[in-house]
Design a protein around this ligand. Structure first.
Ligand code: SAH
Length: 230
């Protein structure tokens, strides 16, 4: 396998979790394969990451249900299908350097790291306690991801340019310019944009931006609902 990052994922009972959880994870991936138009590479990254390690103990039994779950601090981890779709849209190659805005519990960062390899994911989290807990979790699970507490618009300015950026909080006025400027020409950005709308309905769209010589190309990938970017 060339898309692992860190200690063995498959065949490692400690990281993969007890057999019932591994089975649940495989069934989730089979269901995603039926439903989504995403690459096998993306699906194998989802299959390799033990989502149950990222969700609070109390929600562990739902870790492989295809739905968002609370992760504390009023934040949520996206449903697996959303992580799969967003990751797939980035079209990552091994070795690509990725900026993530909104580390949360680190699940999405681990999926990205699975694809690009160790040392290539740079993830910013606004809530310092969440950043600290998640850094420790990723370390323990063997994911070499750089987590920094702070505003994702600026946190990794010195590490730019990136090949891709993934936003997991919604920017109400579109992807902020400082983020677009940190992505190289030819690079991709996947992000929810817009506001929550009335009763949280309607306002946000998932977009993929491609940075080109002559400007930024934008594609729409449907309605979504994410926590707002701060
Ligand atoms: N990708 C995460 C889900 C994150 S939820 C996961 O897999 O768990 C969105 C996160 O974005 C929240 O934790 C929130 O605190 C964070 N966030 C909001 N605004 C931010 C900003 N300006 N910079 C960095 N993180 C931000």
């Amino acid at each position: 396998m060339d898309n692992t990052n860190g200690p063995g994922s498959e065949g490692d009972p400690e990281r993969g979790g007890p057999p019932d959880l591994s089975t649940a994870r495989r069934e989730l991936v089979d269901a995603l394969r039926e439903r989504l138009d995403v690459s096998e590479r993306t699906l194998s990254a989802i299959e390799a990451v033990p989502r149950h390690e990222f969700v609070p103990e109390s929600h562990r039994s739902h870790a492989y249900a295809d739905r968002p779950l609370p992760i504390g601090h009023d934040q949520t981890i996206s449903a697996p299908h959303m992580v799969a779709v967003m990751t797939d849209l980035l079209e990552l190659d091994r070795g690509d350097r990725v900026l993530e805005v909104g580390t949360g519990c680190g699940y999405h960062a681990a999926v990205l790291a699975q694809l690009v390899g160790p040392g290539n994911v740079f993830s910013a989290e606004y809530v310092p306690e969440l950043a600290a807990d998640t850094r420790e979790r990723l370390d323990r699970l063997g994911y070499d991801v750089t987590v920094r507490a702070g505003d994702g618009r600026e946190a990794f300015h010195a590490e730019a340019p990136f090949d891709a950026a993934s936003l997991t909080c919604a920017a109400s006025g579109g992807v902020p310019d400082p983020i677009v400027e940190q992505v190289r020409t030819g690079g991709r950005i996947v992000a929810p944009v817009g506001d929550g709308g009335f009763l949280g309905r309607g306002g946000q769209r998932l977009v993929r931006l491609t940075v080109r010589e002559d400007g930024v190309h934008r594609e729409d990938h449907g309605g979504v609902r994410f926590v707002p970017m701060r």
